[in-house]
Design a protein around this ligand. Structure first.
Ligand code: MTE
Ligand code: MO
Length: 385
């Protein structure tokens, strides 16, 4: 069993598959703190967790236009300046289960918990690339590939992804080679001893157990860059899909979700009101400028209160560099006792710094792989008199 060496997991994670392990954070824990505790942070693994000896570990840097480097963890820590970045990581498949309710899709049945926020500590990718002699002006390099040390036991293929060179070299994009998560050394599930964190970009590019960085004129040829994590027209199915016709997802669109009350909660009209809590987040460092909530399926709206940003994150509403989510809270009136209403449909939608809005329903953005679902998030709850 190639998965026999996988680490133990916190029992509160909601498992979507065991081998490989994929588990999401319950909504109540997402809403409970601006930084997601490491042991309950969602885990998205495609392959068995590799066991990497931190002492023997060497990061390889190679490729077009690069001076090849081999760096131990101690080299990284002593030769480069340490940076901290507070960033949300979200899987492209977050909220996929709402897509499957429209029409079946292939993928893990994530609810809204394939997302989390942490303070990542490490060195800038930019600094390491500069040490390898790479520059913005090099016409032979356009992409930076990341290769994981996790291998497919059947094919020997490693997990891989890439980002454009311009993002990798930019000081503003804060791309990190992280060896710490929330002040502790990375643990096995989150990429020990070193992972990439690409803030504001979909989770798939933040390669864990980083083995090699390769500078290249083209994108990564990895399955996960080329034939996954792309979205198509709702009419495209598995017989007609042309993977080459769509770009790999990098910056995801603005999204939001209700974490509390949880599905299944019975509301009481006698309480007169209901309190909602949740998150909102957008790709590319576009801060959240507003969150709107409704208790009547979207007929009427009220603004939610944005909570203070997590430690290390810029103020709410920043135009750029807002890598972390905004948690929010709102209290809405319930239909009066005797109104005859037997259920309440709670809805949330968010607006980011570019005034991007979320679509009102899933059907129009449905795609065969069930990715980037950012429709209004709806939770229908029974109402007792
Ligand atoms: N890196 C490697 N080496 N192997 C993987 O399976 N999964 C990716 C990314 N990096 C993955 C990986 C995906 S799809 C996501 S969403 C994030 O890791 C999840 O990071 P987490 O497990 O730390 O939450
Ligand atoms: Mo993902």
């Amino acid at each position: 069993d190639p998965y026999a060496g996988d680490p133990p997991r916190h029992p509160v994670l909601i498992p979507r598959t065991q081998k490989p392990f994929n588990g999401e954070t319950p909504g109540s824990l997402l809403a409970a703190s601006p930084l997601t505790p490491t042991d309950v942070f969602f885990v998205r693994n495609h392959l068995p967790v590799p066991h990497v000896d931190a002492e023997a570990y060497r990061l390889q840097v190679t490729g077009e236009g690069a001076r090849s480097l081999e760096l131990s963890l101690a080299d990284l820590q002593s030769r480069f300046r340490k940076h901290h970045v507070t960033a949300t990581i979200q899987c492209s498949g977050n909220r996929r289960n709402e897509m499957s309710r429209v029409k079946p899709v292939k993928g893990l049945e994530w609810d809204q918990g394939a997302i989390g926020t942490a303070v990542w500590g490490g060195v800038r990718l930019r600094d390491v690339l500069k040490a390898a002699g790479l520059s913005e002006d090099d016409p032979s390099v356009a992409h930076i590939h990341f290769e994981g040390l996790d291998k497919d036991p059947a094919t020997g293929d490693v997990y891989g992804a890439s980002i454009p060179l311009s993002r990798a070299l930019s000081a503003e994009y804060d791309v990190l080679l992280a060896y710490e998560m929330n002040g502790q050394p990375l643990n096995a599930d989150h990429g020990a001893p070193l992972r990439v964190v690409v803030p504001g970009v979909t989770g798939a590019r933040s390669v864990k157990w980083l083995g090699r960085i390769v500078a290249s004129p083209s994108e990564s040829a990895s399955h996960w860059q080329q034939k996954d994590y792309k979205a198509f027209c709702p009419s495209v199915d598995w017989d007609t899909v042309d993977w080459g016709s769509a770009p790999a997802i990098q910056e995801p669109p603005v999204t939001s979700a209700i974490c509390e009350p949880a599905p299944g909660t019975v509301l009481s009209a006698a309480d007169g009101e209901v309190t909602l809590r949740g998150y909102a987040w957008s790709g590319g460092g576009r801060g959240i400028v507003r969150v709107d909530v409704s208790a009547d399926g979207g007929k009427t709206w009220a603004p939610a209160r944005l909570l203070p940003p997590p430690p290390g994150a810029p103020a709410q509403g920043s135009y750029t560099g807002a890598w972390a989510w905004s948690l929010w809270e709102a209290t809405l009136p319930l239909p009066a006792a005797g109104s005859g209403a037997t259920s309440v449909e709670l809805v949330v939608k968010a607006v980011d710094a570019s005034y991007n809005n979320q679509p009102d329903s899933v059907a129009g953005i449905w795609n065969l792989r069930g990715v980037v679902n950012n429709a209004w998030h709806r939770v229908t709850l029974p109402l007792e008199p």
